[in-house]
Design a protein around this ligand. Structure first.
Ligand code: GLU
Length: 492
């Protein structure tokens, strides 16, 4: 009986900066699949594009993956970037020897060859082929040159790439994709393609196939844009007599206009969402649903359930629309479900940037978050709310000007100040605030906006905004008196 192979999947970014939601989805699906199957999730760095793939951009990807909580079993250590796992190095730029060895093997077997064609010659061939209506595949005069002869030319200083030979492969390549179903590629879709550039740097399709094999990858779940690459990779697998992994190519992520999601329409990297106050759990839940549905079509799905319920059968082939409104709603759900002490830890860094003056006792923090949570969808939403409570930020807004023109305003403010000042307790409860407001109404003989708006201005500096019965219980008596004094001073 054949033993079931341990599932091994990988996320293989080419680091160019923070993690895009598309990449995050690829990483997430692979992670969920590995967890569910009791397998391993690898992080492989495809950094053969030497210019853009810096350590800094690698750190950016790693930071986002960690923020999302997608831990890998093998790959670079998140702090030191040192390789962890038995199949390293996990950075392609450090595996050049390995690719060279496989290329040599293919050359020795006559399945690849050194090609000395110059760029201008290739371009000329292409133009002629197009003019004559032929496919623009390279026709290399070097495909049958004996390796020894080619090596002698290289030794003499000539530059050569290593090309994969396709002329014997006159057949269709078929495979079953988890998302696309049966896929067939005729071999003549590609011509002799490059495996190694003249400097020894491998081309994506080559190092990807080599690494997936050497790292024991059993399933390749990746973006739809890589579907055409699969043909070249299948050819390499076949030539090397390697077992072919299972593939699943995930649909595109689209914006609301059904165009490919792009930066121009708002945040697209995990880092941006983090800075905009989204919670990693909410973003993960949202991203999981971009191309996959829960068997009972549930929307709020905690990570353990995502792991339990994820299945490649439920990945859909049509483009997934990124609905920013839904993401915000979902974030609000996650945020409100959080315990206040935990939520405070996430809110605090956002408030710290604003240098607000706020009480620091736990009880107050809890009370304030209980009051503000219903009005928050993202962590950033906390900033304007807490700003209202910070004395340093209290200022009369231009919208308040009109209120100062009203005849009863002075009386309202004076009565409010007198009542607040003589309150025995340092903090005024919601109930007490409503009583005080009624007392102002009776004593100053005003009602409606002439009552409410001056008090509002005296508390928050403007006549509209968050309800005072929520805010006042979060403030100290002294703050309330200092603020109404500022208003009275303006009246002169
Ligand atoms: N480095 C490729 C990318 O970032 C990965 C492709 C693959 O998963 O095979 O798109």
């Amino acid at each position: 009986m054949s033993q079931k192979k341990t599932v091994r999947v990988r996320f293989a970014p080419s680091p160019t900066g923070y993690l895009h939601v598309g990449g995050a989805r690829t990483a997430l699906y692979n992670y969920l699949f590995a967890k569910q199957q009791g397998g391993q999730f690898l992080l492989r760095i495809e950094d053969t594009d030497e210019v853009r793939s810096t350590d800094e951009s690698l750190r950016m990807v790693i930071e986002d993956l960690q923020w999302l909580g997608l831990k890998w079993d093998e790959g670079p250590n998140p702090e030191t970037l040192a390789d962890v796992g038995p199949c390293g190095p996990y950075r392609q730029s450090r595996r050049l020897e390995i690719y060279k060895k496989v290329a040599d093997e293919l050359i020795n077997q006559g399945k690849a060859y050194y090609c000395f064609l110059k760029d201008e010659e290739i371009e000329k061939q292409r133009e002629e082929a197009l003019k004559e209506g032929r496919s623009p595949h390279v026709q290399s005069p070097y495909e049958d040159m004996p390796a020894a002869e080619a090596l002698a030319k290289i030794k003499a200083g000539e530059k050569a790439v290593v090309r994969f030979k396709t002329k014997h492969l006159k057949k269709d390549y078929k495979f079953t994709d988890y998302v696309r179903g049966e896929v067939t590629f005729p071999s003549d879709m590609v011509g002799d393609f490059v495996l190694l550039r003249s400097g020894g740097m491998p081309v994506y399709n080559f190092c990807c196939a080599v690494d997936d094999h050497m790292m024991g990858i059993t399933h390749v779940l990746r973006a739809e844009e890589h579907l055409p690459n699969t043909l070249r990779q299948l050819m390499i697998y076949e030539a090397m007599n390697w077992e072919i992994p299972r593939f699943g190519h995930m649909s595109l992520i689209l914006d609301e206009d059904r165009k490919k999601l792009s930066k121009r329409k708002g945040a697209t990297s995990c880092h941006e969402f983090k800075m905009e106050g989204y919670l990693p759990g909410a973003l993960k839940n949202f991203i999981a649903l971009l191309g996959w549905t829960h068997p009972e079509e549930k929307e709020i799905i905690p990570e353990e359930e995502l792991i339990a319920k994820f299945s490649v059968d439920r990945l859909h082939p049509s483009g997934a629309v990124f609905d920013a409104v839904k993401l915000k709603w979902m974030n609000g759900q996650y945020l409100r479900a959080m315990d206040e002490a935990e939520l405070w830890k996430l809110v605090e860094p956002f408030l710290a940037r604003e240098s607000l003056e706020l009480p620091s006792d736990q009880e107050w923090r809890k009370k304030s978050l209980q009051a503000f949570k219903p009005a928050m969808e993202t962590l950033v939403d906390a900033i304007p709310l807490y700003r209202l409570l910070s004395d340093k930020s209290y200022a009369l807004q231009p919208e308040a000007d009109e209120v100062f023109q009203w005849e009863p305003t002075r009386k309202v403010l004076e009565t409010w100040k007198a009542l607040v000042s003589t309150e025995p307790s340092d903090v005024i409860s919601e109930e007490r605030f409503l009583q005080l407001q009624d007392m102002v109404k009776d004593q100053a003989q005003v009602k409606g906006k002439f009552l409410f708006m001056p008090i509002r201005v005296a508390v928050i500096g403007k006549p509209h905004g968050t309800e005072l019965k929520i805010l006042v219980p979060l403030m100290k008596k002294k703050s309330l008196v200092d603020r109404v004094d500022i208003c009275l001073k303006k009246l002169g």
